[in-house]
Design a protein around this ligand. Structure first.
Ligand SMILES: Cc1cc2nc3c(=O)[nH]c(=O)nc-3n(C[C@H](O)[C@H](O)[C@H](O)COP(=O)(O)OP(=O)(O)OC[C@H]3O[C@@H](n4cnc5c(N)ncnc54)[C@H](O)[C@@H]3O)c2cc1C
Ligand SMILES: NC(=O)c1ccc[n+]([C@@H]2O[C@H](COP(=O)([O-])OP(=O)(O)OC[C@H]3O[C@@H](n4cnc5c(N)ncnc54)[C@H](O)[C@@H]3O)[C@@H](O)[C@H]2O)c1
Length: 453
């Protein structure tokens, strides 16, 4: 088949992850004829090696922690280590249901699914791996990203987040390199599931983009849970050691032996196989496809959403961008994705959530004089009952005379569930008085947000 007689679509979506699926479904709802190219499992990173299996492991770790609490509180249970194989059956069944549901929805929407990588041949044609050419009026690139490791000797002796999801048992002792979302989440859940965890962080704190006070408190929580934190650590090489590995630092120091090593040192966009240079779609120095606020690339009929762009690499961001884009292209909508005040949660133990500005950012943007900070440090009731020293720290960052709330930062039990509603309020421009005017729900952790003085 050549380019001249190839099938015609209104839209070809390249990548069947969070952004690609959302875009394909929304375009089809508007009546567009859509083809979706996905060489691997439907759902991409989030469903297969990201949010979903991660949250499952986090929930397992949470249950492990609660079993210990239960014993302390008088329940006659003797917590034993998780049987990973049994748990993974539940996890993978949950994921298989998501795949099946996507498949049904694609069929119902009349979206053609092609199990192939795609690369551009010309501005209106892509080529599949088997040589098939597909033509469309418009394209959506949503090819996401993949984990990267530092280019150091022995890096291949470690794994990454993709590898983690293939594990069938907890290693006795594990080294994790990185200080971002994935490193912090893996460290918390592995420690709670019984591994001895050492976290090697290049910088001087965890989660640089989060409020420093809460990130430092989380580091303290991790120390108390038994995680060994190494800050300012520059890894030079990984070496084999008696069936495991040891780490060599730039300063010549050696750490180990570890049964397993995980790199959580960031991700790289999947732009290489798209042959973007053929059609003039611009990429930045990291390989992200450059888009404007309409998610249009440097070529007017080619769009991009999700982790392939420089936008925050979060599933709801990819989905929201894709839906708004298709509502503009195929519907009458004009709304753009607001890049500000995107709520986010790190599934650490306990979870850490934030929306809006950190205290440091607020001081930079509004000036020290205008910024007012309110805090609540407390022990959630369950932990107080068990006399376990886990505290929550909630923080509001407000600006101006009227104390407009520009940042909400929650570290502690249930922070992941509490934040969403308050994120709506922050986006609506609430003030501290609006919070205080709201009657509390007692006894909860969430009430601390409206009781802050
Ligand atoms: C361990 C981990 C945990 C995470 N946890 C969370 C979380 O709790 N909450 C959250 O919001 N976000 C989380 N994320 C981030 C989230 O998974 C991503 O932001 C999201 O999946 C991005 O969606 P996407 O559609 O841009 O890309 P992806 O979901 O990565 O999908 C891209 C798809 O494109 C396909 N593809 C690649 N190249 C081609 C090609 N040439 N042709 C055709 N198809 C191609 C891939 O096979 C893939 O299926 C996590 C990520 C990781 C790694
Ligand atoms: N709960 C969630 O929403 C969630 C969970 C996981 C991932 N994600 C998304 O996925 C993205 C990727 O996560 P991530 O943790 O891989 O990236 P990240 O950018 O959050 O963290 C990468 C970490 O690796 C460190 N690093 C980079 N190169 C290094 C090197 N050579 N040696 C040592 N350390 C090095 C960085 O300093 C940083 O601490 C996140 O930005 C986030 O948006 C979200």
């Amino acid at each position: 088949m050549n380019a001249a007689n190839a099938p015609e679509f209104d839209l070809i979506v390249i990548g069947g992850g969070s952004g690609g699926l959302a875009g394909a479904f929304r375009a089809a709802e508007h009546g567009a004829r859509v083809a979706l190219l996905e060489p691997h499992l439907l759902g991409g990173t989030c469903v297969n090696v990201g949010c979903v299996p991660k949250k499952a492991m986090w929930l397992a770790a949470d249950v492990a922690g609660r079993l210990n609490l239960a014993r302390t509180l008088g329940f006659p249970v003797t917590p034993a280590p998780l049987d990973w194989c049994e748990f993974i059956v539940h996890r993978e069944r949950y994921i298989a249901n998501i795949h099946a549901s996507y498949r049904r929805r694609l069929d119902a929407a009349g979206i053609a699914l092609l199990p192939s990588h795609a690369g551009f041949l010309d501005p209106h044609t892509v080529e599949c791996e088997n040589g098939t050419h597909l033509r469309a009026e418009r394209f959506l690139i949503a090819t996401g990203g993949r984990p990267v490791r530092p280019a150091i000797p022995g890096a291949d002796l470690g794994g990454d987040s993709d590898t983690f999801f293939q594990w069938r048992a907890a290693p006795e002792c594990v080294a994790i390199v990185g200080g971002g979302y994935i490193a912090v989440e893996l460290a918390g859940m592995l420690q709670a599931l019984g591994s001895r965890v050492e976290l090697f962080v290049r910088g001087d704190r965890l989660l640089r983009e989060f409020d420093h006070e809460l990130a430092d408190q989380l580091a303290e929580d991790y120390r108390q849970a038994g995680i060994h934190l190494h800050f300012g650590y520059d890894l030079a090489a990984v070496e084999r050691d008696d069936g495991g590995v040891r780490l060599r630092g730039m300063d010549g120091s050696e750490c180990g032996r570890f049964d397993a090593l995980l790199f959580a040192t960031g991700r790289r966009p999947n732009s290489e196989r798209l042959a973007l240079e053929r059609v003039g779609v611009a990429i930045d120095a990291q390989g992200h496809v450059v888009v404007d606020e309409r998610h249009t690339t440097s070529v007017e009929h080619i769009f991009a959403v999700g982790d392939i762009t420089p936008n925050p690499p979060l599933t709801p961001v990819a989905i929201a961008a894709a839906r708004r884009l298709m509502d503009r292209v195929y519907g009458n909508a004009t709304a753009l994705l607001d890049p500000n005040d995107i709520p986010t949660v790190v599934f650490s133990h306990p979870p850490l959530g934030q929306v809006g500005l950190t205290e440091a950012d607020a001081r930079r943007v509004h000036g020290d004089e205008a910024v007012h900070v309110y805090r609540a440090g407390f022990r959630p009731m369950l932990y107080a009952l068990a006399d376990v020293p886990q505290h929550s720290l909630f923080k509001l960052v407000c600006v101006g005379e009227e104390r407009r709330v520009v940042g909400i930062h929650l570290l502690g039990e249930a922070a992941d569930e509490i934040l969403q509603g308050f994120a709506v309020a922050l986006k609506r421009g609430i003030t501290l008085d609006d919070l205080r005017d709201t009657v509390a729900i007692h006894p909860t952790s969430a009430e601390e947000v409206v009781l802050m003085r």
